[in-house]
Ligand binder design. Structure first.
Ligand SMILES: [Zn+2]
Length: 443
């Protein structure tokens, strides 16, 4: 009797395991079925021209990828094709971040019931949140230089512009793409998959930490004599600002102010703020994971000072900088960045607070003041808050030019980041690119 009972229990246990296994499989099938069907080994989908099903559209209905006579074709406007390459993808599947790879299961018209053999064999359209015209304006403004331009809507958290250069027209890939140094890194989406030395744009992080951790911050007077001595070594400033307070220090991007603030705050605090403000960890952009930034805990005060100015070993991605500017403009919150209507089951959560509402409000004022106090009309007709960066990269090369910020307009809630690699001065070079894109968007 005892033995029978034991065997019965064993049988029950085995069948429970079987049920659990089946349930797990069904769950995985529902979640991943589309990508299994769309996988490169799925002969039905990938024979001949790659995944010749489904169209990819821009947010205003522009056709960015289509099918003609069973072959994949792209935007007939070469600049638009180049500007949207890294979000649309190419026929060979070399652009890993392209919609043609990422949203393959929607494009082939996959459904959990019919698989890819449903009643409609034309596949599904994927509409991107991308503005094709603004992307083309951004690519033109980069004017052959390497870099990235990102624009997001900080109300809806849609990605409006995700441009990376160098690029190429996927409709006619250059024959020498793998050997010509001009195309080096052309398959990479620099806007989300690359990180760069942030330079003075990182002063936003040090400023956020200072606002929350240094009580008499706004009353302090700093001294800049073309730089400041930290631990026996000279931290150089681009200007000679004399007696200067926090607000003016940020407006003039004074290194002396931010070197001293970094030392007061300490490496651990700055590390925590870089993480909290979303710069060092990957996050999802329409289901694509972004590159992780970096903030190393400096050993000495001199290195710590430089790390608070966005040099030393600091690295950030353009998309993370854009998201931070969006959060500053929208009261401290951010949400999952959307890139299309194609994402099925989402396992990540929506909103996240990057910084306190009061800190966001103060940073917003400061960034608006940065642009206003420059007293020139860089952005005709627009109210812009921003921070520039001229990031030293060493090796005798020109610095990276950065310009990050937001449009302070409830009708046009855009946050942006522009980087021009080895472009020179942040404000004049990257700022000019930002202006061209924003002007196109508010037209
Ligand atoms: Zn200075």
């Amino acid at each position: 009797m005892k033995r029978i009972k034991r065997r019965a229990l064993f049988a029950v246990a085995v069948s429970m395991l079987l049920l659990l296994g089946t349930a797990l499989y069904v769950l995985k099938f529902l979640v991943y079925g589309g990508s299994w069907a769309a996988s490169r080994v799925s002969f039905a989908v990938w024979q001949g021209d790659a995944a010749a099903r489904g169209r990819i559209l821009g947010r205003n209905g522009e056709v960015l990828a289509d099918i003609k006579d069973g072959r994949r074709v792209f935007s007939s406007d070469t600049v638009t094709a180049q500007a949207t390459l890294h979000v649309v993808g190419d026929a060979e599947g070399k652009i890993g971040t392209g919609a043609m790879s990422v949203y393959r299961s929607k494009l082939i018209g996959y459904s959990p019931i019919f698989g890819i053999y449903g009643p409609d064999t034309s596949g599904g359209d994927v509409t991107l949140t991308i503005d094709a015209k603004a992307s083309a304006a951004a690519y033109r403004a980069l004017d052959g230089r390497r870099g990235a331009v990102v624009v997001i809507n900080y109300e809806t958290w849609e990605v409006i512009c995700l441009v990376s250069a160098p690029s190429f027209d996927p409709g006619s890939p250059p024959g020498d793409i793998d050997t010509n140094p001009e195309y080096e890194g052309a398959y990479l989406n620099r806007a989300i998959s690359s990180t760069f030395t942030p330079g003075s744009t990182f002063k936003l992080v040090t400023a956020a930490a200072a606002i929350e951790n240094i009580q008499d911050l706004e009353e302090l007077i700093f001294h800049c004599s073309g730089g400041i001595e930290i631990d026996g070594q000279w931290v150089k400033c681009a200007g000679r600002h004399g007696a200067v307070n926090f607000e003016t220090g940020l407006a003039h991007s004074c290194n002396a102010v931010f070197a001293e603030l970094a030392v007061r705050l300490g490496a651990q605090t700055l590390w925590e703020y870089a993480k909290e403000l979303g710069l060092t960890e990957p996050f999802s952009v329409g289901g694509i994971a972004t590159a992780s930034g970096k903030f190393d805990l400096a050993d000495g005060k001199f290195e710590l000072a430089w790390s608070g100015i966005g040099q030393y070993n600091d690295l950030v991605s353009p998309i993370a900088m854009t998201r931070l500017c969006g959060a500053i403009a929208s009261g401290g919150n951010t949400a999952r960045l959307e890139l299309s209507d194609a994402e099925g089951i989402s396992l990540t959560s929506g909103t996240r607070r990057l910084l306190n509402a009061s800190t966001a409000a103060r940073l917003k004022e400061l960034m608006l003041n940065n642009v206003e106090s420059a007293a020139d009309d860089m952005f005709p007709g627009l109210i812009v808050g921003a921070k520039s960066g001229t990031a030293e990269v060493g090796g005798g090369k020109e610095p990276h030019a950065w310009f990050v910020g937001f449009l302070d307009d409830p009708q046009q809630p855009y946050a942006f980041a522009v980087i021009v690699e080895n472009g020179g001065a942040g404000r004049t070079v990257a700022g000019a690119v930002a202006n061209k894109v924003l002007q196109e968007l508010v037209k």
